[in-house]
Design a protein around this ligand. Structure first.
Ligand code: HEC
Ligand code: HEC
Length: 237
């Protein structure tokens, strides 16, 4: 090629590149417009407080996906077996965080890791929204555990430096969706106790800034049992 041909070739080549770029941008913008419009017309879509860039979920898709979860967590998110957590009424933001953690290995559980492998971020949001909209069937606490349980839950233990659970999980155990503090009210005693023991040993370590590990490691087994029992009996007023 002569220098002149070279120049022409590169000019044409850059024109082609510019054309491709313009086409890509146009495609992107139209695709966005179309999906944006679709969302606007669908009635199942709801806004959720989410820790991801997806801020809406689809209740119908969530319900469909939840069929595979029902065998352990119950069709409405109220599990029958006390070692399987209730998901009913849990904040979508917290459920989504846990599902993401199971998928990326930050929280390890053999039963759950298989369940999340095929879920997209949108699926997780849809599931989170579905379970948030189910009613927790709550429970009760054994009377002999209420005194110790309530003392720790509401006031912590100043001698051993245990923070009051209420400070983050709320006076009635409702948590805080924006801060991703889970709702605890009505959760099975056995499941809660297992989680506190796993935070204590560090086997569960997906809590940001070790917030739960640093609390649980100061708790005695007796305190764990009592506060877990108390939590099962907590109900939002
Ligand atoms: C074979 C039983 C089983 C199935 C099916 C199952 N799970 Fe789980 N799930 C568990 C167990 C066991 C745990 C507790 C894990 C642990 O101890 O850390 C759990 C924990 C969870 C948690 C954490 C709850 C919390 O309070 O931290 C979420 C969220 C969850 N599962 C969602 C789902 C979803 C969504 C599905 C369906 C796509 C599903 N699970 C299917 C057994 C199951
Ligand atoms: C400073 C805030 C804070 C305090 C105080 C606190 N928690 Fe938590 N707790 C959290 C956060 C944040 C998480 C979620 C961790 C994660 O992202 O997995 C959590 C998670 C939990 C879980 C796991 C719930 C589930 O569904 O798996 C239990 C159980 C729990 N806390 C019990 C307690 C108890 C009992 C106390 C009091 C002794 C307490 N927490 C005090 C912030 C707090």
């Amino acid at each position: 090629m002569s220098q002149e041909q070279d120049k022409i070739f590169f000019r044409n080549f850059s024109l082609v590149l510019a054309f491709i770029a313009v086409m890509m941008i146009t495609f992107y913008l139209t695709a966005d417009l179309i999906t944006g419009k679709k969302e606007h017309h669908e009635t199942n879509k709801r806004e959720i407080t989410s820790n991801s860039n997806i801020t809406s979920g689809d209740l119908v898709n969530g319900k469909n996906l939840s069929q595979t979860c029902a065998v352990c967590h119950g069709a409405d998110g109220n599990s029958a077996n006390p070692i399987w957590p209730k998901l009913a009424g849990q904040h979508a933001s917290y459920t989504v965080k846990q599902l993401k953690n199971f998928k990326n290995g930050e929280r390890v559980n053999a039963q759950m890791s298989g369940m999340v492998a095929a879920l997209s971020l949108q699926d997780m949001n849809d599931l989170g929204l579905y379970f948030e909209n189910q009613k927790n069937n709550f429970g009760s606490a054994k009377s002999e555990s209420i005194d110790i349980g309530q003392k720790i839950y509401r006031g912590g233990d100043s001698e051993t430096g245990i923070a009051a659970c209420m400070a983050c999980h709320g006076p009635a155990g409702s948590g805080n969706p924006g801060a991703i503090y889970p709702s605890l009210s009505g959760q099975h005693t056995d499941y809660t106790a297992i989680q506190l023991k796993m935070f204590k040993t560090g086997e569960r370590n997906n809590d940001t800034n070790s917030v739960m590990r640093s609390i649980a490691k100061r708790m005695t087994e007796a305190q764990i049992e009592a506060v877990s029992e108390y939590i099962q009996g907590l109900q939002p007023r």
